[in-house]
Ligand binder design. Structure first.
Ligand SMILES: Cc1cc2nc3c(=O)[nH]c(=O)nc-3n(C[C@H](O)[C@H](O)[C@H](O)COP(=O)(O)O)c2cc1C
Length: 369
């Protein structure tokens, strides 16, 4: 028996039928001129679907709020042209037998004036901060909150109508939704600030409204992380009890699958147990989870000095991952950089050709497909 066989067992999560346990992690790429996914984007995702990925989660794609974007040439998921571009991506992935979810994104306070679209608008965030204590942008009003929620809802409805199989909400890594979760960037004194339960209100409203708009059967994935790009040591929940209290209302609001972003999947989340973040979330919420972080690689994706160097990494054993999957610790495994360097990563693992995998280095980030 191939020791990686369990990665290739099919799974049905709600009405998302997947041929295997491998998801492509969402990875930004600034290759969408005029914020429209191009034919190269179509080919990039088609190759990964043909290479055996069960569920593709796209790069972060910005919802149609005026200040959602924070980097050049990031695709939007709003407007006829961008939606037509995404529809081509969806159709190409489906033609290869794959499934695909867009990652819906608003960068919040990370935005700086000058990024298109949005012109001179500053970052919009809970308290005008992307980094604790530094006011660099606009503190969102209740009207802004309603506008952003409306933009996420519209993106979810549009994603469903052009054939995406699910959506992923980007609630991780210190972007807008996480800026609400995180005490460091949420100093509000209205109903959207306060303790973690109150700071979760924005996400809960956003998820509930999406759920109402897309109906009960359309899968909603929430990606969240303890760590922030602003502080790798930050944690929203430091005990299982706190984690359960944080996630239960999000789960009840309509999340079907939790995508638990960590930098190293093998790290235990709490003392006294070997279980990782995705393992705890599955155990505490009863919902399926996705693990991620250096799968198949020997180094994690952010250096400790914060230089965002997405450093190089060599292929590494999957034994620990498979052992955890066999123990039912999580349901899906997201693969990031290894899939940038190896579009056929999944098929190669399945066919016992791990020896032919290419090491990851950031030069691959410049490749168009
Ligand atoms: C180039 C690059 C771009 C990324 N962009 C995103 C993104 O748009 N959204 C997101 O949630 N995570 C993003 N991430 C994080 C990845 O989804 C993933 O969690 C991380 O790379 C760890 O997985 P890996 O070790 O398998 O690469 C990005 C990572 C890389 C390397």
């Amino acid at each position: 028996m191939n020791p990686t066989e369990s990665l290739f067992s099919p799974i049905t999560l709600g009405n998302l039928e997947l041929p295997n346990r491998i998801a492509m992690a969402p990875m930004t790429r600034g290759f969408s001129p005029n914020n429209v996914p191009s034919d190269l984007t179509v080919e990039y995702y088609r190759r990964r679907a043909a290479g055996g990925v069960g569920l593709i989660i796209t790069e972060g794609t910005c919802v149609g709020h005026k200040a959602a974007s924070g980097y050049p040439n990031i695709p939007m998921i709003a407007g006829d042209e961008a939606l037509a571009g995404w529809k081509k991506v969806v159709d190409a992935v489906h033609a290869e037998g794959g499934k695909i979810a867009p990652q819906l994104w608003h960068v919040g306070g990370i935005r700086r004036p000058g990024i298109k679209p949005g012109g001179d608008l500053p970052g919009y965030s809970p308290s005008g901060m992307a980094v604790p204590g530094k006011i660099t942008g606009h503190a969102m009003t209740k009207e802004d909150i309603d506008d952003v929620i409306g933009a996420f809802v519209q993106a979810a409805v549009d994603a469903k109508s052009i054939g995406f199989d699910a959506i992923e909400i980007h609630g991780a890594h210190g972007y807008l939704i996480d800026q609400f979760f995180w005490e460091g960037t949420n100093q509000r004194d209205d109903e959207y600030g306060g303790d973690l339960a109150q700071r979760s209100r924005f996400a809960i409203e956003l998820i509930s409204e999406i759920r109402t708009a897309v109906g009960p059967d359309f899968p909603i994935i929430l990606r969240w992380s303890q760590w922030k790009q602003q502080d790798y040591t930050a944690r929203l929940a430091t005990t299982p009890e706190a984690l359960e209290a944080f996630l239960t209302p999000l789960s009840d609001a309509g999340v079907d699958i939790f995508h638990c972003s960590a930098r190293r999947f093998w790290e235990p989340e709490f003392e006294g147990s070997d279980i990782n973040l995705a393992g705890w979330v599955k155990k505490l919420t009863g919902k399926p989870t996705i693990t991620v972080g250096s799968v198949g690689l020997n180094a994690d994706f952010l250096p400790e000095d914060g230089s965002a160097d997405f450093r190089a990494a060599e292929p590494a054993s999957l034994d620990n991952l498979i052992k955890r999957l066999d123990n039912n610790e999580f349901d899906l495994v997201a693969v990031g950089r290894a899939l940038i360097a190896n579009p056929e990563w999944a098929n190669k693992i399945r066919d016992d050709q791990a020896d032919s995998l290419t090491a990851y280095s950031k030069k691959f980030l410049g490749e168009l497909v």
